[in-house]
Design a protein. Sequence first.
Length: 289
Amino acid sequence: MGSRSRTVVTTVAAFVLLIVLWELAKLVLPPGGVTVGGTRVLPRTDNAAMPHVWTVLGRLTEPEVAGAATTRTVGAAVASGALFTLGLAMGGLLLGGVLGVLLALVMQRFRLVERAALPYVVASQTVPLIAIAPLVAGWGGNIAILGWSWQPWASVMVIASYLAFFPIAVGMLRGLTSPVSADVELFRAMASGWWTTLVRLRLPASVPHVVPAVRLAAAAAVVGAIVAEISTGTRGGIGRLIIEYAQSATGDPSRMYTAILGAAVLGLVAAGAVGLLDVGLRRYRGSVR
């Protein structure tokens, strides 16, 4: 079985295992959960907190608004929101990837820049995303370029790029510095400049490090886009659906789980899309030592 087939089988098996554990928890654990010393140590498993999987799947085919003139199913609403969020997440991944690669190139070229900038790059990821989102939305509201006003979706894309930037920058830097000293010295002995060494040696050697970093960045961009949609109130995405369905969770908790399921599938789709990059760069897999 090829590596890609194993990946598909593993992903499906993980979903099946999650479903089995979910239903097993509902069967074994008490509906009110388990409380020890006034502290709940195991969650409630009644239908108001943990609906059955088949109940959640059944909600996907039901109309989103009962009695509406134009009937749209919950599944169609979740799919539309997921596609909207996917577009913003991929835009953020592209923006964060470009910035991350450029910074990694500068840090590899000038070690002083690496020593000065890398600690701040790492520290930037300790800032809570939920605190950054309102600031980005507020600053963006004051931007107007050639008659174009800043849109809420632009804030979501910038926030997604903030999370995607870090793994790509670190992975790219590690890949650029991965060639062994003997190979670097060989290029120097052949009077190769920095650009030739970069294109012929460092970039091919960085592929095995960059592809996993981009896959991680894609999943992070999806998380950033969803959190940004919730924080900024941007409509049209899966994050907004989660908020809207959560407000009616008391009467219909299974509908909220349809949006959560859509967000989970969205993350898998984004990470799987990076597999196309992996296929295109397969010839460089053996570059790392």
